[in-house]
Design a protein around this ligand. Structure first.
Ligand code: NAP
Ligand code: F7E
Length: 383
């Protein structure tokens, strides 16, 4: 029902685009653009000249986020709204059920339809939103799946970037652009720790697609003077992390085992080492990159690395469990090529952006375990 309501809201926004005298800029002044009692129009409001308390259209910064329905999209949209931005979120598909999930965490985003596979939808989204900044977080982001859907991953995660950059070049080359690059680009690492100068050696179709996205972002910056930045972000996690990623798979399993719903969990390579940080800290770095006097690329990381095994140890022991009694391995979760070790050197981001993390590894793991236990307890209470 909720998702239906949101989809209806998007249809109304399209209507507004065709209404030349309607200025759609905010979410608080509850003046309906069509004077209708249709609930789908409640989310769209009009700035009216009598409403002096609201920021004017000129001063209100606007951002369009792709990947709004992902982990980072929810944290970034909240951060930008707290800073007074009007936030638009690009959503793909018909009646995307993830909209309702986003709305549990953030209220006031205006959703617009669009798909990184579809050039014309990106142009239309930019024409409608007129953003000052675009954050391109949309991707097929699950490395394991990228081996099974290599072509699709290239289309979304790689070519999707050039589609958005072309849309920016066409509609307004002054729009500032953030590309979600990834430590997966380092792959079979050439040096440790990895920094902005470390050569890339991707080990998955996802990593390869991200390398394309990274270089095309750099190319549009150099060729067309677009303010385009790449954040080379190392793994970042949170209670909102997708269940397919190893950290959340482990913390969900801990919660379910603790509550007697399951007894074991099957994982792949326990020796893989990752530089894991907290997603809420990392979206701050994205925002800071687009506020600098000149565009550039930055590594964002903690500088520490931990194995999947260490993650298990802390997660299970936090819940009073012994990980060895519950964690089993299954070759189905091994990858055709693995990234063995990642650890980032974020000194440039610290120095130029003034960025620093707020949460260490143990705090991150225990926060995720506590959150999953609470979530499962709440679910059990409703049964
Ligand atoms: P995520 O939770 O997997 O979210 C991915 C987002 O991409 C979802 O909102 C998804 O929307 C959207 N998407 C997928 N296909 C699309 C398409 N064809 N058109 C438009 N949107 C599409 O990812 P995340 O963890 O928030 O990461 C955000 C970005 O940072 C991604 O680009 C990821 O590759 C990159 N990154 C992540 C990490 C990390 O550790 N989290 C590290 C480095 C880089 P649907 O709801 O429609 O599926
Ligand atoms: O795997 C190992 C697995 O899937 C981490 C994405 O956000 O970060 C993420 O990519 C490690 C790998 O994340 C299981 O083999 C063991 O070595 O949580 P993950 P990822 O592949 O590092 C980068 C920076 C991104 O850009 C990506 O978008 O854990 N591992 N056992 C397992 N992984 C999973 N998923 N499931 C297991 O059972």
């Amino acid at each position: 029902m909720h998702a239906e309501f949101m989809a209806e809201g998007m249809r109304c926004n399209q209507k507004a685009r065709r209404h030349p005298k309607t200025t759609i800029i905010g979410t608080t002044a509850e003046v309906n653009a069509w004077g209708s009692s249709n609930p789908c129009c409640r989310r769209v409001s009009v700035m009216n000249s009598a409403n002096k308390d609201q920021p004017s259209e000129k001063t209100l910064k606007k951002a369009l986020i792709t990947g709004i329905t992902g982990q980072d999209g929810t944290y970034l949209s909240q951060l930008l709204m707290d800073k007074g931005y009007k936030v638009y979120g690009l959503v793909r598909g018909q009646n995307n059920p993830r909209i309702a999930w986003v709305q549990q965490f953030v209220k006031g985003i205006e959703f617009v339809e669009g798909d990184l596979l579809d050039q014309s939808s990106l142009i239309a989204a930019l024409e409608y939103c007129e953003p000052d900044e675009v954050y391109n977080l949309g991707a097929m982001s699950f490395v394991a799946l990228s081996f099974k859907q290599a072509h699709l991953t290239g289309e979304i995660t790689g070519l999707g970037v050039v589609r958005m950059l072309e849309a920016i070049r066409t509609v307004n080359p002054k729009i500032r652009f953030y590309q979600a690059s990834s430590s997966e680009m380092f792959g079979k690492v050439r040096e440790t720790p990895q920094n902005e100068q470390t050569p890339f050696h991707p080990r998955s179709p996802y990593g390869v697609a991200k390398v394309y996205g990274h270089y095309i972002t750099m190319n549009y910056r150099e060729s067309y003077d677009i303010f385009a930045c790449s954040g080379i972000l190392f793994n970042h996690e949170s209670p909102r992390r997708g269940l397919e990623f190893v950290t959340r798979k482990i913390t969900t399993a801990v919660a379910r085992i603790k509550l007697g719903l399951e007894s074991e969990v099957y994982l792949g390579n326990l020796d893989a080492s990752r530089d894991w940080g907290y997603a809420k800290d990392y979206v701050e770095a994205m925002y800071l990159m687009l506020q600098q006097p000149a565009p550039d690329d930055y590594v964002v990381a903690t500088g520490e690395t931990h194995t999947v095994r260490e993650f298990c140890e802390i997660a299970f022991s936090h819940a009073g469990l012994k990980w060895e009694e519950h964690v089993k391995t299954d070759p189905r979760f091994l990858r055709p090529a693995e990234v063995d070790l990642l650890v980032g050197d974020c000194s440039k981001a610290q120095k130029n952006l003034g960025w620093k993390r707020s949460c260490n590894f143990e705090e991150l793991v225990t926060m995720m375990v506590d959150s999953d236990i609470k979530l499962h307890e709440a679910q059990l209470a409703t049964v």
